[in-house]
Ligand binder design. Structure first.
Ligand code: C2E
Ligand code: CA
Ligand code: CA
Length: 567
């Protein structure tokens, strides 16, 4: 026996009803009837279902409910499904309406109205997260790119639809995080986001790209001046201090500005140019904006070509090492060498490290390059000592770039190279510059200690050119200090430089550091440094850096001689 229609409807988990061929209600379960009566108290059997249903809507839906029902009843739609936004404004609910035709004894349609509010909420949540930054609530990169793509297309259709992109990167934000902690850093980013948002018009888009990077899309602007004036506003706004945790925090940012043009096909191209312009603001020292020009693209192009060429040079063995002797000012002996990278270019000849090291740093090639130089020079020293057993204790100083030093596996790499080449670790000195110490001092201390545990010595290079004071470097367990050649070079002409060198040497000694002076070009430099009790020196006065093949000869000529100029 067939169950009673009402019993059947009551047993369904969702609101359900049956309509006749005219769309009138012929049966309904209780929950469905109650729902319909909330909207239309007169609702009951024999009344048009579609009208009541349409009244529940808080906003229009694509295909009117009545039309949907009619189409199913007429057989022109096999089934009609629609998510209905219902309820009063403020307490929105969602119902999934489903209308299926009924044939047989009750021709008409079966209607269900399931509550899908939770599911919709979840969907909206996911959608929101997909396009928003959780920290600041701003749009994220994905949404920004979407909007930018629309702007690019709009400009192609109508040349008056000008747009511009401002790409922002906070200056030295790492320092903020380090000084005040990440929680305050995050809080500051939120406040910055808020301050930026206030400067924008309704139609502009502000997004956070992650970290301390933001981007602004300005639409329908009159020209570049509008973009520049926005950049100035942003700089001015950030220049005012932020008050957090009862402290005034100052931040600045670097901005790259790109004006949209028909030449742009894809958002990535605009962002790449904006990033380049931002980068040049950074090079300017930050707190600055730069408008992108095509010249920068040429620069990028050149950088990429250099990278390719450098990669090739490393594989082809064109990267070699020259060695500059370091001389003891007390004994006059050569006590060691500094390894200095050279690029022996087949056509351009010898290329100085100042030309290719920065590119290697930027592109990340420095990791491989640094390892190559370390390996090559350690091997050379081992050979030299093996061939000349009377040259004891010659040390090897190798320059280590910041990026290389900060790699998590740097110490392991040094340890591998020590084992591979068989060099006595006590003879190896790694030269670090202050830039390595600024970002994360605690981490730097840990790395230096791990290096020292291998037996390697650690030197602070170019001392005096950075910001750190001697008391700052006291935190780091260095073995020796190199006075930058800019002080030594004109020590005798400029009284002030002599005083600086004197002070550095005296304080270094108090900290138990040995001192090496660089850039000794004249006999007077050597004499003055000896009088200041500087331990060692290097410079053109003793010898220029020489190729590895010439080391034996240089040493034989010089070994145990009075430190005479070799050239
Ligand atoms: P640096 O570590 O300060 O190296 C000393 C530089 O001073 C060398 O320049 C050397 O040739 C030059 N020099 C030596 N004596 C004199 C002198 O009496 N007068 C003058 N005016 N200069 C002198 P170089 O070889 O051109 O290297 C420049 C910089 O490139 C180095 O400065 C170092 O920072 C970097 N560098 C060189 N090789 C490497 C390397 O293998 N790895 C890394 N990361 N950096 C390197
Ligand atoms: Ca050096
Ligand atoms: Ca130096």
């Amino acid at each position: 026996m067939l169950p009673d229609l009402h019993d059947l409807l009551e047993s369904l988990p969702s609101h359900a009803a049956v309509l006749d061929m005219a769309g009138l209600l012929v049966a309904s379960n209780t929950t469905c009837l109650e729902l319909l009566r909330e909207i239309d108290p007169d609702m009951g059997l024999g009344r048009p279902f579609g009208d009541a249903c349409a009244k529940m809507l808080t906003q229009p839906v694509g295909f009117a409910v009545q039309e949907g029902i009619a189409a199913v009843l007429a057989g022109s739609l096999p089934r009609y499904e629609m998510d209905l936004p219902c309820g009063q404004a403020g307490s929105q609910t969602w119902r999934a309406l489903c209308i299926t035709p009924l044939h047989g004894p009750f021709p008409g349609a079966l209607v269900t109205l399931a509550d899908i509010s939770r599911q919709k909420q979840l969907e909206e949540h996911i959608l929101h997260d997909a396009f928003h930054d959780t920290l600041t609530g701003l749009f994220n990169r994905a949404l920004f790119i979407n909007r930018l793509d629309q702007s690019i297309k709009r400009l192609k259709r109508s040349p008056k639809a000008l747009y511009a992109v401002l790409y922002l990167d906070m200056d030295r934000f790492k320092l903020v995080n380090k000084t005040f902690g990440h929680v305050t850093g995050d809080r500051l980013l939120m406040v910055i986001a808020n301050r930026l948002q206030k400067q924008l018009r309704e139609l502009d888009t502000l997004a956070r790209f992650g970290g301390d990077e933001f981007a602004i899309l300005l639409e329908d602007i009159a020209g570049l001046e509008d973009a520049c004036s926005m950049a100035e506003t942003v700089l001015r706004q950030l220049a005012q201090s932020f008050r957090l945790k009862k402290q005034d925090i100052f931040v600045t940012c670097s901005i790259g500005v790109v004006l949209g043009s028909a030449a742009y096909e894809h958002p990535d191209q605009v962002l790449r140019d904006a990033d380049n312009a931002m980068y040049s603001s950074k090079e300017h020292g930050g707190d600055h904006y730069t408008v992108f020009d095509a010249g920068m693209r040429v620069l990028t192009q050149r950088r990429m070509e250099m990278e390719l060429a450098l990669r090739h040079a490393m594989e082809a063995g064109e990267i070699t090492v020259h060695y500059q002797p370091i001389v003891s000012l007390t004994s006059g002996d050569v006590t060691g060498f500094e390894a200095l990278a050279r690029w022996q270019h087949p056509r351009q000849g010898l290329i100085a490290p100042s030309e290719f090291i920065p590119i290697a740093e930027e592109t990340g090639l420095i990791n491989e390059l640094g390892a190559l130089i370390l390996r090559q020079s350690c091997r050379r020293l081992v050979e030299l000592l093996r061939a000349n057993p009377d040259f004891t204790d010659l040390t090897l100083s190798v320059n280590i770039s910041g990026r290389q030093f900060k790699r998590p596996d740097f110490v392991d790499e040094v340890s591998t190279i020590l084992a591979e080449t068989g060099i006595n670790a006590q003879l190896l000195k790694l030269e670090l510059t202050e830039s390595v110490l600024m970002d994360d001092a605690d981490e730097a201390v840990r790395t230096i200690k791990r290096l020292k545990a291998l037996g390697v010595k650690v030197v602070i290079d170019d001392f005096g050119t950075g910001y750190s004071s001697l008391s700052y470097i006291q935190r780091f367990p260095f073995d020796s200090l190199k006075v930058d050649r800019s002080f030594v070079g004109n020590m005798n002409e400029a009284e002030q430089n002599m005083e600086i060198v004197r002070a550095i040497i005296a304080m270094a000694h108090k900290l138990g550091l040995e001192v090496v002076a660089e850039g000794v070009e004249l006999a007077e430099h050597r004499t003055a440094l000896s009088e200041l009790r500087c331990e060692s020196a290097q410079g053109f006065f003793f010898s220029k850096p020489v190729p590895g093949e010439e080391l034996d000869l240089l040493m034989r000529k010089h070994w145990k001689n009075e430190a005479q100029p070799l050239l």
